[in-house]
Design a protein around this ligand. Structure first.
Ligand code: BGC
Length: 766
C-alpha cells in the first residue's frame, strides 16, 4: 500500500468532518532503513528461486539451544531445519554451528544467532526502566551500543530488544523491561535503543539487529498478571500503545515480535490486523516478524486455532515470518502450502524478509564468530566506566530532608543494612542471562571501596531476607537464592543485629527493594509494598534516631508511604547493573548528583493501579485526589518527578507564536537556573493539553524534554521544539488521525505536576 494514498484517504474521510484539520500524523511517510539495493534483491531472489519448500520452512524456524550437546543441533542444521538459534552465546559454539551451516548444507545459508540482550551482555547496564529514568536518550543509545559490541563479539547478531511496551500497572513485572507509562518518552527511548543496537549500518560487524517487542498491548494485561489478556480501546491502542512501536520501526528496527496475549480477543501471534494491516502494509515494515516463545503453538492453547496445523496457517497468514521454538511451521507448513491454505507467495515473502536481514547483517560474507574473541568474555574497563556512568545517570532522588545526602566524605561509621545490600545477583536485575554475577559490584562493595584503609568504616548486616511466597514456572531454570535464616530465633537475631549496628554507627544506608526475580517475565505482584519484613526493619532503623538513607533496588513503583514521610533520604537506584555498587557510592557521596526523573507514577497503594499522569478530566476535576472512600487517589510521586542535591528555577516561558498552523512547529523557550551549590542536571519537561475536540484529551501529555547540566549559579535558555504533529491523535469519533484546531494549554516544568510556567496557544487550519 502506498502511504501517500493512506494519507490522502485519511484526508478524504476528514474533509467530511467539519472543524477538524486532518493531516498525516507521521512526519516521514517511508519506513526507514536502506532502500534495497539491486545486488541485495538479486542475491535474495536468486537464493529463493533455488530453495526447496523444506529449506524455506527451515529458514522460518528458530530453535532454542539450551543444552550443551551439539549432536542434534548439527543434524537439524544439516537437514536445513534451522534459520536461527536462540540462547547460544559461546563464540566457539556459534562458530562451530555456523561452519556446519555454511559448509555442510546445500545452499550454504548462514544461521542468525539471537539472544535476549536486554540491558547488556556480559557487562550489565541499568534495566530499561532505569534507562528511561535518565530522560536522556543518549544513555540507552550508548549502553545498547556497548552491549551490541559485546554480543556481536560472541557471534550473537540479533537481540530480542528493545521492549517498548507501555506499562501503566505497576503489578506487571515486565514494566522493568520497558520505558514506563508514557508514549512520548517511550518512543524516544525506543528509537535510541534501535540506534544503539544497530549502529550506523547493520553490516558493521559490531551491529546487532533489534527486535521490537512485544507487539502490541502486552503491558495492559488484565490485573497486571503476566500473559493475561489485554483489552484496549482503539483510541488507546493508537495513541498510547502503538506509538513506541512505530517510532522503533521508523528508526529502522529490523525485526518485530508479536506479544503472547490476546489483544481484544485475538492473540497477537495470529493477529492479521496488527501484523499485516498495520505493521507491514500501513507502516511499510521491511524486516521480519518472529513469534515469541512457543507463541504459534499457543494459538491452540488460547482457544483460537483448532489444532497445530490451523495455528501454523493462521500465524503465517497473519504475518509471522519465523517461528520461535514450537516447530509447528516445520511440522505443518509444507502440507498447508500443498493444500493452498498458505500460499507459496506467503512463504516466499517470509523467507525473503529473513534472508534480507541476514544479507544486510553481512552474514553471507562474514558468517563466522571468532572463538577466541576475548571481548565477548570479559568486562572491559571501558564497559565498566560506561556502566558506572549510566548507573549514576539513571537514579532518581525521591527525598532528601535536611540535605542528608550527599554524605560527608568522611562520614565516620556507616551501617549498610538489608537483604539486597551485598547481593551481586540482584543488583544486575532480571534479563541479564549472559552476565556473571561475580563481575558485579554490590552496594556494600561499592561503599567499602571508598575507604580502603579503614576496614571498619563500613559494616554490614543483612537484617532480614526476602522469601518467595508463590512458586514460579521458572523455579527449575532460575532457582531463588537459598535462604540462610530459617528458625524464628535466627530471624530475630539477624534483625536485632542489624538494628544494633545502626545504633552503633553514624549513618545507616538501608538497601531494600525487590529480589531481581520479582520483576521481568512471570513476575507480577499483588501488592506493591516492600516485600517481607523490610518495612519493619526500616521503621526500626529510623526509630534509632540515626540518619537513615534508603537505597531502593527494584524495577517497578513501590508503595513506600511510610518511608516517604519518615526516612530523610530516599534514592531510587533501580537495578543499576554491573557497576551498580560503585555508581550508588558515587551518588551517596556526591561524586555524582542524581538527575533522573520517574518514568512511571508511584502510587500510595496497589489499589490505585493502574495509575498514570495522562488521565482524562472528570465531571468533577477538583476532586481528583479524593476519589476513594478509604484513601487518597493522588499518587505518592508523580511521573517526571525527581530531586537533585542542587536546586533550580525554570522561568520566563516564551512561545515563538501564540497561533500556529497544524503541521508547523512552535519554539518554546524557558530559562533554567541552577540556584544551588552543586553542578547538577535538570530535566526540562513540556506538557500540553487540548481543551476541546472531537474526543476528550488527557489532562496533560508529555510532548518534549531535555536534560541539561548547569554549574552552580549558571543559567541557560532552553528551547524545545513542539511539532504540531505530536499534538495529533486518533479520535474515536472520527476514526482517523488528526491535528485538531483549537486552544491548547502548555506547561514547562520539572515534573508532570509543575504549574509554574503556563501558556496557551491556538492551532489553526493552514
Ligand atoms: C519472552 C520474550 C523473549 C523470549 C526469548 C519469551 O518468554 O516473552 O521477551 O525474547 O522469551 O527469550
Amino acid at each position: 500500500m502506498d502511504l501517500r494514498l493512506t494519507a490522502r484517504a485519511r484526508l478524504t474521510i476528514a474533509l467530511s468532518l467539519p472543524l477538524i484539520a486532518v493531516l498525516p500524523l507521521h512526519r516521514s511517510v517511508a519506513a526507514q532503513g536502506p532502500a534495497p539495493d539491486a545486488a541485495q534483491t538479486r542475491f535474495v531472489d536468486d537464493l529463493i528461486h533455488r530453495m526447496t519448500l523444506e529449506e524455506k520452512i527451515g529458514q522460518m524456524s528458530q530453535i532454542a539451544l539450551n543444552t550443551p550437546d551439539n549432536t542434534s543441533a548439527e543434524a537439524e542444521v544439516r537437514a536445513g531445519h534451522v534459520g536461527s538459534f536462540l540462547f547460544v552465546t559461546d563464540p566457539a559454539r556459534i562458530d562451530h554451528l555456523q561452519h556446519v551451516a555454511v559448509e555442510q548444507t546445500r545452499l550454504h545459508i548462514p544461521i542468525l544467532f539471537g539472544f535476549d540482550v536486554i540491558h547488556g551482555f556480559r557487562t550489565v547496564y541499568p534495566v530499561p526502566l532505569a534507562m528511561a529514568a535518565s530522560w536522556d536518550p543518549e544513555v540507552p543509545a550508548k549502553v545498547q551500543r556497548m552491549a551490541a559490541r559485546e554480543a556481536s563479539a560472541a557471534g550473537v547478531r540479533w537481540t530480542f530488544a528493545p521492549m517498548v511496551d507501555i506499562a501503566r500497572d505497576a503489578r506487571w513485572g515486565r514494566m522493568m523491561e520497558g520505558a514506563g507509562e508514557d508514549p512520548f518518552l517511550g518512543s524516544r527511548m525506543a528509537e535510541a535503543q534501535v540506534r544503539g543496537f544497530q549502529g550506523t549500518a547493520l553490516s558493521n560487524p559490531d551491529s546487532i539487529v533489534a527486535c521490537v517487542k512485544h507487539y502490541a498491548g502486552y503491558g495492559a494485561a488484565d490485573g497486571g498478571r503476566d500473559y493475561d489478556s489485554s483489552n484496549i480501546s482503539d483510541a488507546d491502542l493508537q495513541n498510547i500503545y502503538l506509538p513506541p512501536f512505530h517510532a522503533a520501526e521508523r528508526a529502522g528496527a529490523g525485526t518485530f515480535m508479536p506479544a503472547y496475549m490476546d489483544l481484544n480477543g485475538v492473540p497477537a501471534a495470529g493477529n492479521h490486523w496488527l501484523l499485516r494491516d498495520v505493521l507491514k502494509d500501513q507502516w511499510h515494515f521491511q524486516g521480519f516478524v518472529v513469534s515469541d516463545w512457543d507463541a504459534v503453538r499457543n494459538l491452540v492453547t488460547h482457544g483460537f486455532a483448532k489444532d497445530d496445523a490451523d495455528a501454523a496457517a493462521r500465524s503465517a497468514n497473519a504475518g509471522v515470518d519465523m517461528e520461535m521454538t514450537s516447530h509447528i511451521f516445520r511440522d505443518h507448513l509444507a502440507a498447508l502450502v500443498k493444500s493452498g491454505t498458505v500460499s507459496q507467495a506467503t512463504v516466499d515473502e517470509a523467507v525473503r524478509r529473513i534472508l534480507t536481514i541476514k544479507y544486510r547483517l553481512g552474514l553471507f560474507d562474514h558468517p563466522y564468530a571468532n572463538p577466541n574473541n576475548a571481548a565477548a568474555r570479559m568486562v572491559t574497563p571501558e564497559q565498566r566506566a560506561e556502566a558506572r556512568k549510566a548507573g549514576a545517570r539513571t537514579a532518581v532522588l525521591l527525598r532528601n530532608e535536611g540535605s542528608v545526602l550527599p554524605l560527608k566524605k568522611s562520614p565516620g561509621t556507616v551501617a549498610v543494612i538489608g537483604p539486597l545490600a551485598d547481593s551481586k545477583v540482584d543488583i544486575g536485575g532480571s534479563w541479564s542471562l549472559a552476565s556473571h554475577p561475580a563481575d558485579n559490584v554490590s552496594v556494600l562493595e561499592g561503599l567499602r571501596r571508598r575507604f580502603p584503609s579503614q576496614p571498619n568504616a563500613v559494616r554490614y548486616s543483612k537484617g532480614v531476607e526476602i522469601e518467595r511466597t508463590q512458586p514460579s514456572i521458572f523455579d527449575d531454570q532460575f532457582p531463588e537464592p537459598p535462604l540462610t535464616l530459617h528458625t524464628e530465633a535466627e530471624k530475630h537475631a539477624a534483625f536485632q543485629q542489624a538494628i544494633d549496628l545502626v545504633k552503633s554507627s553514624d549513618v545507616a544506608v538501608l538497601v531494600l527493594g525487590e529480589l531481581m526475580s520479582m520483576s521481568g517475565e512471570q513476575a507480577a505482584r499483588s501488592t506493591l509494598d516492600l516485600p517481607g519484613r523490610q518495612e519493619e526493619l526500616l521503621e526500626a532503623a529510623v526509630a534509632t534516631g540515626k540518619p537513615v538513607v534508603l537505597v531502593l533496588l527494584n524495577a517497578r513503583p513501590l508503595a513506600i508511604n511510610w518511608a516517604a514521610q519518615h526516612v530523610p533520604a530516599i534514592l531510587e537506584a533501580w537495578y543499576p547493573g554491573t557497576e551498580g555498587g560503585n555508581a550508588i557510592a558515587d551518588l551517596l557521596f556526591g561524586d555524582a548528583v542524581p538527575g533522573g526523573k520517574l518514568p512511571v507514577t508511584f502510587p500510595r497503594s496497589v489499589g490505585q493501579e493502574p495509575l498514570f499522569y495522562a488521565r482524562y478530566l472528570t465531571m468533577n476535576p477538583g476532586n481528583v485526589g479524593n476519589m476513594y472512600w478509604d484513601g487518597p487517589s493522588a499518587p505518592l510521586y508523580p511521573f517526571g518527578f525527581g530531586l537533585s542535591y542542587s536546586t533550580f528555577t525554570i522561568a520566563d516561558l516564551k512561545l515563538s507564536t501564540p497561533q500556529i498552523n497544524a503541521g508547523a512547529s512552535l519554539e518554546v523557550t524557558v530559562t533554567v537556573k541552577n540556584t544551588g551549590q552543586y553542578a547538577a542536571d535538570q530535566v526540562v519537561q513540556l506538557y500540553t493539553h487540548q481543551r476541546s475536540g472531537s474526543a476528550s484529551r488527557p489532562v496533560r501529555e508529555l510532548k518534549g524534554f531535555r536534560r541539561i547540566t548547569l554549574q552552580p549559579g549558571e543559567s541557560k535558555p532552553v528551547t524545545l521544539t513542539l511539532d504540531t504533529h505530536d499534538l495529533g491523535f486518533w479520535s474515536t469519533a472520527t476514526r482517523a488521525f488528526a491535528i485538531e484546531p483549537g486552544t491548547f494549554d502548555l506547561w514547562v516544568g520539572d515534573s508532570s505536576t509543575s504549574t509554574a510556567n503556563h501558556a496557551t496557544f491556538e492551532v489553526t487550519h493552514p
